[in-house]
Design a protein around this ligand. Structure first.
Ligand SMILES: Cc1cc2nc3c(=O)[nH]c(=O)nc-3n(C[C@H](O)[C@H](O)[C@H](O)COP(=O)(O)O)c2cc1C
Length: 221
């Protein structure tokens, strides 16, 4: 049985690190009885960490968590709002649709980000879906604690304003005008759920994020 179990990632499980061990598919013959500390998980066998003689649920390091989520390809948005007449933006890919009726979306924002306080106070924001030539704009609005007064010069970002005063990025693939519906703290982030009041959609290709890298869209499958 031990020969069948392999470390999923080198180093995982060493010392105090917990681990998940999966057998390669060709070797997944499930024995009728598993040794202590192993559990069936579909066709796989997972190894549980022993803690004080009891087998505890596995924990995951932040690096492993980031790597796992990095394998989930996303588009990229810039969340925009008005801040005393200035455009404030924040690059965000933790964005998702929530409900069709009413039309709700969500964005998860770090509680340390300046945008977090702005969203709570303004209760209105724009979601700008970036196009494939917007990498510099994504990078610009991902920089922490900087004034955003050189967006045009440094990133080529130009904005219009909606009738609510929310900044709309020129050339965005889509723009959603959002009014805050509710906010739910979740760990070190807050999930902001918002009602979509208006949308603008444009033809074009998206900027993608996968494996911590910017990408362009490929061919259909
Ligand atoms: C591709 C990418 C996606 C990001 N997505 C998010 C996100 O969904 N939520 C978040 O809080 N920060 C996200 N960030 C980090 C913020 O953009 C970054 O912390 C920014 O400096 C916050 O700006 P602020 O302090 O002005 O609000 C992302 C960064 C990158 C590069």
């Amino acid at each position: 049985m031990k020969a069948v179990l392999r470390r999923l990632r080198a180093g995982a499980g060493a010392g105090s690190r917990p681990c998940i061990s999966l057998a390669p598919p060709s070797e997944r013959r499930m024995p009728s009885r598993l040794p202590a500390g192993h559990r069936r998980y579909g066709l796989d066998v997972i190894t549980l960490r022993s803690s004080g003689g009891k087998f505890a649920a596995m924990s995951v390091s932040q690096a492993e968590f980031r790597k796992a989520l990095g394998s989930f390809a996303t588009g990229i948005t810039v969340i925009t709002l008005d801040s005393d007449g200035e455009v404030h933006g924040m690059t965000a890919n933790a964005f998702a649709s929530v409900s069709l009726d009413p039309m709700l979306v969500l964005v998860c924002v770090d509680q340390k980000a300046r945008t977090h306080a702005h969203l709570h106070s303004k209760k209105r924001f724009g979601v700008n879906v970036l196009a494939e030539d917007h990498r510099k704009i994504s990078e610009y609005y991902a920089r922490p604690a900087r004034a955003h007064d050189r967006a045009a010069e440094e990133a080529g970002a130009q904005f219009d304003r909606t009738r609510h005063g929310t900044p709309v990025l020129h050339g965005a693939l889509a723009y959603l005008e959002c009014r805050l519906h509710s906010a739910q703290d979740a760990g070190d982030h807050t999930i902001f759920i918002a009602e979509v009041e208006e949308v603008v959609v444009r033809e074009g290709k998206p900027l993608l994020f996968f494996g911590s890298q910017y990408r362009k869209i490929g061919e259909g499958v």
